[in-house]
Design a protein around this ligand. Structure first.
Ligand SMILES: *Cc1c(COP(=O)(O)O)cnc(C)c1O
Length: 416
């Protein structure tokens, strides 16, 4: 049974009815299921059982401390893209030695901090970064473990904003430049060349691009070995898609089988950096209908959640399910755009949905566990939503709702 399911016409998170959560904690709020998070991690980890591996959860998908804590307890490593995310991993009890540090713009301070903490690897994205790392490591008498993020120029067949492995993307080093860069990294005195990595995009729904990218990365790894540069790990990134609507992403078992088969007999540790696949469908955004507006050509359900809470529909025209929390078949269904209170026409959570709703009803926006809260903002001076984690019949507040006082606390008026 899914963690979010109906019982007698009422939507539950595990053993807790969502109307009870709305009553106790208010709306909008993100509700995550501990069981669903755990199951997703175990399925992913289990699918890789055929080869020595480390799952490095991509923190940016959902960086709440309780989520990181849960994954750390399950044995996960972490993929981070900032010094802030590194601090979160530490605060959640994660082990820095299981952290890979990705990102095109690592600052000096971030590098120094990560080096001092002994991260597993810096996933380097440019020649300049390689030299910066070498210099900082040298100055602190350390050696920096490095991997080069190579850009395999594979079309992930996903939304252009979340495709990262094409030639025209800002990420990684061009495949053709990788070999000379590896030779250079190998020569630099304060670097340890330990791995290779790639990440071709997000929300991939086909296996083929993963396999194509992996083949290229493995070929390059062999080429490096023939020159005496032996890598300890191969990091094939994240990107496995989830079902938002009717997508058919490869089942995680199939994905795992394909990758472990490619790794068969190889000495390197396999690393993966899943984000969305571990958290996306383990969360919903709970919101209340404030007003129904029946326009000339359109009906609007104005809810108390908005684009600042869940940006994906506005940013990528992404589809999220909209589920009535209490099924009421007595109501007449109408076609609605589900929109928020933010002053932007682009502020919508869903469009053209047939819903049976009245004012005051609760709606659950599906698949909100990934890139929901972590991409949220305070636009329109909207305090960020509360985050809750349901564990069987218990509800843990894992982030309190922000207050307006907190939002303006860092601001100052002009001197008199
Ligand atoms: C965003 C990102 C991930 C995670 O992507 P998902 O699609 O959420 O799995 C992994 N690695 C890197 C380098 C990323 O930037």
């Amino acid at each position: 049974m899914s963690a979010f399911h109906y019982r007698n016409g009422v939507l539950y998170a595990e053993e807790v009815p969502l109307p009870e959560i709305a009553g106790r904690f208010g709306t909008p709020c993100f509700v995550y299921s501990r069981a669903a998070l755990t199951a997703a991690y175990r399925a992913f980890d289990g699918a890789l059982a055929g080869h020595p591996h480390l799952v490095c959860y991509a923190v940016k998908a959902n960086s709440n401390l309780a989520v990181l804590d849960l994954f750390a307890r399950l044995g996960s490593g972490f993929d981070i893209v900032s010094g802030g995310e590194l601090k979160r991993v530490l605060a959640a009890g994660g082990n820095p030695r299981r952290v890979v540090f990705s990102g095109v713009g690592k600052s000096e301070a971030e590098i120094r901090e990560a080096l001092a903490l002994g991260v597993l690897c810096f996933n380097v994205e440019s020649e300049s970064e390689l030299h910066r790392l070498n210099r900082i490591a040298g100055a602190s008498g350390a050696r920096a473990p490095v991997s080069l993020r190579v850009n395999p120029d594979v079309d992930p067949k996903t939304h252009p904003y979340i495709a990262t492995g094409l030639k025209e993307n800002k990420f990684g080093v061009p495949f053709a430049d990788a070999l000379p860069l590896y030779r250079e990294a190998h020569r630099l005195p304060h670097l340890d060349v330990v791995g290779i990595d790639c990440h071709i995009g997000s929300q991939l729904t086909e296996l083929e691009p993963f396999v194509e990218a992996a083949r290229k990365v493995l070929d390059l790894t062999d080429r490096l070995a023939s020159e005496g540069i032996h890598l300890a790990h191969i990091d094939l990134g994240g990107g496995l898609g989830i079902r938002y609507r009717d997508e058919q992403p490869p089942p995680v078992e199939e994905y795992g089988r394909a990758l472990t088969r490619l790794m068969h007999g190889r000495p390197e540790l396999l690393l993966l950096e899943p984000g969305r696949a571990l958290v996306g469908n383990a969360g919903i955004l709970l919101t209340r209908v404030e007003y129904l507006k029946h326009g000339e050509t359109k009906n609007f359900a104005v809810v108390d959640a908005a684009m600042n809470d869940l940006m994906r529909p506005s940013l990528y025209d992404a589809y999220h399910d909209v589920l009535p929390v209490v099924l009421d078949t007595a109501l007449k269904p109408s076609l609605y755009d589900v929109v928020g209170p933010v002053c932007e026409s682009g502020d919508f959570l869903a469009r053209n949905r047939e819903l049976r709703v009245t004012e005051g009803d609760l709606l659950a926006i599906g698949s909100a566990g990934a890139y929901g809260m972590s991409m949220s903002s305070n636009y329109n001076t909207r305090p960020r939503a509360a985050e809750l984690m349901v564990d069987c019949d218990r509800v843990h507040v894992i982030r309190e709702r922000e207050t307006i006082e907190q939002l303006i606390a860092l601001e100052k008026r002009l001197p008199a």
